[in-house]
Design a protein around this ligand. Structure first.
Ligand code: BG6
Length: 504
């Protein structure tokens, strides 16, 4: 275990609603354990799990211990576990029952002194956000030292997102509201800020004079098994693009903020979101592609198609027999940002389930050279590229054209090769830090830079709503693609229309 690089937090209590659920067990508690192991959490920090399920604290603790042994075996250590588990309390609570919140308050009064920071983490479906906040308000658990943390889906369109935000805003001020997009907690995503604003090399050409186009791909091999109900009303555009991919785009495209304060960064991201050119009219067919996977093979294993999966899931209801009833599992967009810096630079975005490989990558394609002095024509000299890989490994490659070593005198052969930086090797990282560790530490420390402000979320929905409305009004159905391939052929054609190809 490494020791904390900054002083431990202030005393705090984090209350996780939905504490017995998957997010809590698989992500939040392991992240808190790692933070504690590394010395980041105050000795008086407390973690209160609340959930409908009747469980004793001891049963819950022993279940969690099993999860840790399986999920983070390298980090699990009996001594550290004993220290961590002393912080944990479990209480049964029905989110709709105000009396349960009075009991919660009694527990909190026993655990803490008056002024300690309370963090309410709502790891529940968003339909409960309003009720929980109302009950917290009624129990006076929303005083100045409290924060509320919420996660996507923050709505399914602008109207529903506003409703969620309004319900929360009745009881918590904006600066008490922390909206998580776990992509912002990933190390390499934060490193984007460092690459751009801590180096003088790139920023002078980080605009339409130096950059030809940008590509952002988030490819997954997983299907939607186990999440059929959620996915049937969501789809890749709302599940992945509205939040994670647009946030990545903002960090690539924003102007330099004055500093790293939450509002300075968020003001700049908001400007990007507001500059996105709406995709409407004939551009719906020209600039968007949606798809669903049919049966195929991924990683050598046969997998069912999405339609079959949803039919099996929906067999007790109206059978879904056509693509028209299904939300897409793949989406690709050609996006323009209407401002001085990015005029004429397309951003190609794509994400999909059941693709051949799992990776997330941002590729910056620089402009070609203006003239070739070599025997290779300038069109045949590959332009420079920067490939920023967020996962599975965290690497940055700079593709540079070089002379191929040879004694031949008549013609100098050129070829692109990559300068390759692996962040784990360069910084000798002992283990990979999970996004939730960064984000939970920031919430505890009341640092909001990596969280989304209400106006950002709403600007993103406003832009996405143009696309969903366009798909509906033009009856733009999903194309199909075989599981284990790179999406529908229409997606390959998307950059091809501009004589470009996806980087694979
Ligand atoms: C979630 C989506 O927000 O992100 C999932 O709901 C997706 O559908 C997941 O699988 C991907 O996250 P990561 O960190 O594994 O890329």
């Amino acid at each position: 275990m490494q020791s904390a690089e900054c002083p431990p937090t202030q005393p705090f209590v984090i209350i996780i609603f939905g504490g017995n659920g998957d997010l809590s067990r698989q992500k939040l508690l392991p992240a808190l354990y790692n933070l504690d192991a590394d010395g980041y959490l105050h000795a008086d920090g407390k973690i209160v799990l609340v959930s409908r399920k009747e469980l004793t604290t001891d049963t819950f603790k022993s279940q969690i211990r099993d999860v840790f042994k399986q999920k983070i075996p390298e980090q699990y250590d009996e001594v550290i576990w004993k220290k961590f588990v002393a912080k944990i309390y479990y209480q049964t609570l029905e989110a709709t029952n105000p009396q349960d919140f009075t009991q919660l308050k009694q527990l909190l009064n026993q655990l803490t002194t008056h002024n300690v920071d309370l963090i309410h983490y709502l790891a529940t479906p968003p339909t409960l956000f309003g009720t929980i906040c109302e009950n917290l308000g009624a129990a006076n658990l929303n005083h100045d030292n409290t924060r509320v943390v919420i996660e996507k889906p923050l709505g399914k369109d602008l109207a529903s997102s506003r409703k969620i935000n309004d319900e929360i805003a009745q009881h918590f001020r904006e600066n008490q509201t922390f909206r998580i997009d776990h992509y912002l907690g990933k190390e390499t995503v934060q490193n984007l800020l460092a690459i751009r604003f801590a180096n003088s090399l790139f920023e002078p050409m980080w605009n339409n004079e130096g950059i030809d186009h940008v590509e952002i791909t988030v490819a997954e091999t997983l299907g939607v098994e186990g999440r059929e109900a959620y996915y049937s009303t969501t789809g890749a555009l709302k599940d992945m693009l509205q939040n994670h991919i647009l946030q990545l785009l903002c960090l690539v495209a924003m102007e330099p903020p004055n500093n790293l304060d939450a509002d300075s960064v968020r003001d700049e991201k908001l400007k990007v979101l507001k500059s996105l050119r709406p995709i409407v009219g004939k551009d719906i067919r020209e600039k968007t592609v949606r798809g669903i996977y049919t049966s195929g093979s991924v990683g050598g294993e046969s997998v069912k198609g999405y339609l079959e999966l949803m039919q099996a899931f929906d067999k007790n209801n109206t059978p879904m027999t056509s693509h028209r009833h299904l939300a897409e599992t793949f989406v690709a967009l050609n996006v323009n940002i209407d401002n001085w810096r990015w005029e004429g630079v397309p951003f190609y975005l794509r994400t999909g389930k059941r693709l051949p490989k799992r990776y997330s990558e941002i590729v910056i394609f620089f402009k070609p050279i203006p003239h070739s002095i070599f025997s290779q024509k300038k069109e045949d000299i590959e332009p420079n590229k920067m490939v920023i890989r967020l996962q599975p490994e965290e690497t940055i490659e700079l593709h540079i054209t070089n002379k191929v070593p040879s004694l031949a005198q008549d013609n100098m052969k050129l070829r692109s090769a990559a300068l390759n930086l692996s962040l784990s090797q360069a910084f000798n990282s002992q283990r990979r830090i999970d996004a939730y560790e960064r984000l939970l530490l920031d919430v505890i420390n009341n640092t909001a830079t990596l969280f989304m402000r209400r106006d950002e979320v709403e600007a993103a929905w406003q832009w996405i709503d143009h696309i969903t409305r366009g798909w509906e009004s033009f009856h733009y159905d999903c194309y199909s693609y075989v599981a284990g391939t790179w999406g529908p052929t229409a997606s390959i054609a998307l950059p091809l229309k501009d004589n470009r190809v996806w980087y694979e």
